[in-house]
Design a protein around this ligand. Structure first.
Ligand code: NAI
Length: 241
């Protein structure tokens, strides 16, 4: 029988690689995203709409026992504290943090009932370190690491594990959007900025979404049954510097 994985933001980048890898490893994947995808079973969902997430997950839970939840949907926002409005902060938090909050709340009754579950939050290397012009994004990713720890403690007795994955710079549409925005703002050359990004990494290259997906699959699997409440860094050595 197939195991069940729910992922948010599974239509692009890291989420798409996770959805593909889980599907290839005998999971039935439900992808909650704004944009349709042919990978997994698509459920149109805006993760800022907490009632909608609950409705969609409740409907899945009526039919299946949910083995894995991956909270991956996220947006990037680049600004220091002075250049961040309250609306910007709310927007970043609504997608990056409240979406995960609602999805976890919705899967827990099902996972508790089955006494089994793995929750994986896609945080960032910014849960460990700061970067310039990253006030709201950094705050949101630090919050996800905190959710992994508190959820791990509160639900360990139900055999539910929660972990945060902390990727460094991974080449995805979100990454390209972020450097496009930077280049537009500062009149910089995209190829040059991309090269600079690569040179900042000890391995002298960016990460690939497939590499992050392998870590997520491992954390979800029966090979990782003693790993909970952890922050798993996957950053090509960036935060070791
Ligand atoms: P991406 O932009 O390629 O994919 C994000 C996905 O989330 C898209 O499919 C998008 O439609 C979906 N999404 C966005 N807002 C949504 C909403 N309101 N409701 C439902 N779905 C929504 O981004 P990428 O790079 O794959 O990022 C995935 C996660 O990984 C994000 O949480 C990001 O913060 C995190 N991350 C990315 C890094 C990178 O360098 N690319 C580094 C560290 C963390």
């Amino acid at each position: 029988m197939k195991e069940i994985c729910i992922i948010t933001g599974g239509s692009s980048g890291i989420g798409l690689s996770i959805a593909k890898l889980f599907e290839n490893n005998n999971y039935l994947v439900f992808n909650l995203d704004l944009t349709p995808s042919t990978i997994g079973t698509f459920r149109r969902c805006d993760v800022t709409d907490l009632a909608q997430i609950k409705r969609i997950i409740d409907a899945i839970a009526e039919q299946h026992s949910i083995d894995v939840l991956v909270c991956n949907a996220g947006i990037h926002f680049s600004a220091n504290i002075e250049n961040t409005t309250e609306e910007d902060l709310d927007n970043v938090f609504s997608v990056n943090v409240k979406g995960a909050f609602a999805a976890i709340k919705a899967v827990l009754p099902n996972m508790k009932h089955h006494q089994k579950g793995a929750i994986i939050l896609i945080s960032s290397d910014q849960a460990l370190i700061a970067k310039t012009n990253s006030f709201a994004y950094n705050l949101s990713k630090t919050a996800l690491a905190s959710i992994a720890k508190t959820t791990a403690l509160d639900y360990a007795l139900y055999n539910i594990r929660a972990n945060a994955v902390c990727p460094g710079t991974i080449e995805t549409p979100l990454y390209h959007q972020a450097i496009n925005n930077y280049c537009q703002k500062f009149g910089a050359d995209k190829e040059q900025i991309h090269q600079q990004e690569e040179n900042l990494q000890p391995l002298k290259r960016l990460g690939r979404p497939e590499e992050v997906a392998e870590l997520v699959l491992f954390l979800a699997s029966s090979k990782a049954t003693f790993i909970t409440g952890s922050l798993q860094v996957i950053d090509g050595g960036y935060t070791a510097q």
